[in-house]
Design a protein around this ligand. Structure first.
Ligand code: PLP
Length: 408
């Protein structure tokens, strides 16, 4: 029963979230996502979305999605294996695999679902004549929430989970060395390709070497890198000259590649087939709508046709990073369009982000517990859609607010 006591407890929980600075306020956009957006009747510069290539509102993406609605309708009212697979789903999977240099790929409703589906299937299932098995997962402590939650779906009796400190290759190696004699069925090393709070890249070359040395599978969640890094936008593996050499990749269509929704796993053909047959977040959840599928195909085509978008997002990011540094702000070094400006203090960060918005610049402030205590920051995200004029405008707003708040 929904008792008075329960209501009270829920209300207390919400109050506690507010008290701890964890309560999230959803700001309402009034119109399309883009370099500029409307909020509360006012135009502001958007520096907080994952719209890295500006495809969220690209005319070709909109056209593809409208054509899909005309041709295939709105929804498919089915999961993939019953009545929810159109030829275009297969086309997108094939194109994705080609683009990422993998043998095959499988679509999920989101990257979150893809990660849940992969780990639960790979570790809980017994294959062939196996009667029992034990696997091991080695995970960077800052991996995305979807990876952490994926582990919760892995049964304790089937999997040993080991968390290594962020980016700590020697500790990862030590763990693998300790486990050498343990006869695990699989060892899986899992890392984000790009860590979204800092824009830092995983050290894939070193992690790959360890995966080879200790015969582990390497899983890279490249959500923030596909459509951003590498000479064709194929992500961190391509950036590091490891294109086609990572065992399993997961990613999203919800960021650079159109920004709507949709995720995937790409990798070895038999793993992809296993997921198609056994993965519950794939089997028992609806197939992606045609408009999203056609727009995602278009997003992959646009990456090839408009390579300048990739150059532009990197160029814009470098320019922004350098100019903000010149103003005297403490900026984390990096080569990704995530540009964190460190303010340290949570209260100050809240005030500054509010002031920036009042002045026409939308940027997200992050503080404990989302980032470590004392490491509060503004997280800027740069897009190919930003013009130089808009970036200059953002920098000018940073200068004014920075001076007013005595940060610079
Ligand atoms: C590393 C990483 N993995 C997975 C996700 C989830 O992606 P999706 O929105 O497609 O579920 C995100 C998005 O925040 C992410 O940053």
């Amino acid at each position: 029963m929904y008792s008075k006591k329960l209501v009270e407890n829920i209300e207390n929980e919400l109050e506690a979230l507010k008290g701890a600075g964890k309560f999230k306020v959803e700001r309402e956009l009034e119109g399309a996502q883009g370099a500029e957006v409307n909020i509360a009747g006012k135009k502001v510069l958007m520096f907080a979305s994952n719209n890295y290539l500006g495809l969220a509102n690209h005319p070709e993406i909109i056209k593809a999605s409208k054509e899909a609605v005309d041709k295939y309708g709105f929804g498919l009212s089915s999961v993939r294996f019953i009545a929810g697979t159109e030829t275009i789903h297969k086309t997108l999977e094939k194109k994705l695999a080609e683009f990422l240099g993998t043998e095959d790929a499988i679509l999920y409703s989101t990257n979150f679902m893809a990660n849940l589906g992969f780990f639960a299937t790979m570790t809980n299932e017994a294959f062939g004549d196996e009667t029992s098995h034990l696997d091991a997962i080695y995970s960077d402590e800052l991996n995305h929430a979807s990876i952490i939650d994926a582990f919760k779906l892995c049964k304790k009796e089937n999997v040993v989970k080991r968390i290594y400190p962020h980016g700590d290759i020697p500790t990862l190696e030590q763990m693998l060395e300790e486990d050498k004699s343990k006869n695990y069925r699989f060892k899986i090393i899992v890392t984000d390709g790009v860590f979204s709070m800092e824009g830092y890249l995983a050290n894939l070359p070193e992690i790959k070497k360890l995966a080879e040395k200790y015969e582990a599978l390497l899983f890279v969640d490249d959500a923030h890198a596909v459509g951003v890094l590498g000479k064709t936008g194929a992500g961190t593996p391509e950036y590091y000259d490891l294109h086609g050499k990572i065992d399993i990749l997961s990613g999203t269509f919800g960021k650079a590649l159109g920004g709507a929704i949709g995720g995937y796993i790409a990798g070895k053909a038999e793993i992809v087939e296993l997921l198609r047959q056994k993965s519950r977040t794939y089997l028992f959840s609806n197939s992606l709508p045609p408009s999203v599928v056609m727009a995602s195909i278009k997003a992959l085509d646009l990456l090839k046709e408009e390579l300048e978008l990739l150059n532009k997002v990197i160029e814009n990011s470098e320019y922004f990073r350098e100019e903000v540094k010149k103003l005297g702000f403490n900026v984390l070094e990096g080569n990704h369009p995530i540009v964190p400006v460190m303010l340290s203090d949570a209260g100050l960060t809240q005030k500054v982000s509010r002031k920036l918005l009042d002045n026409g610049l939308y940027v997200v402030g992050l503080w404990f517990p989302v980032v470590p205590e004392g490491a509060a920051r503004l997280r800027f995200q740069i897009s190919a859609a930003h013009t130089k004029g808009q970036i200059d405008q953002a920098i000018e707003i940073m200068r004014e607010v920075g001076k007013e708040m005595k940060i610079i």
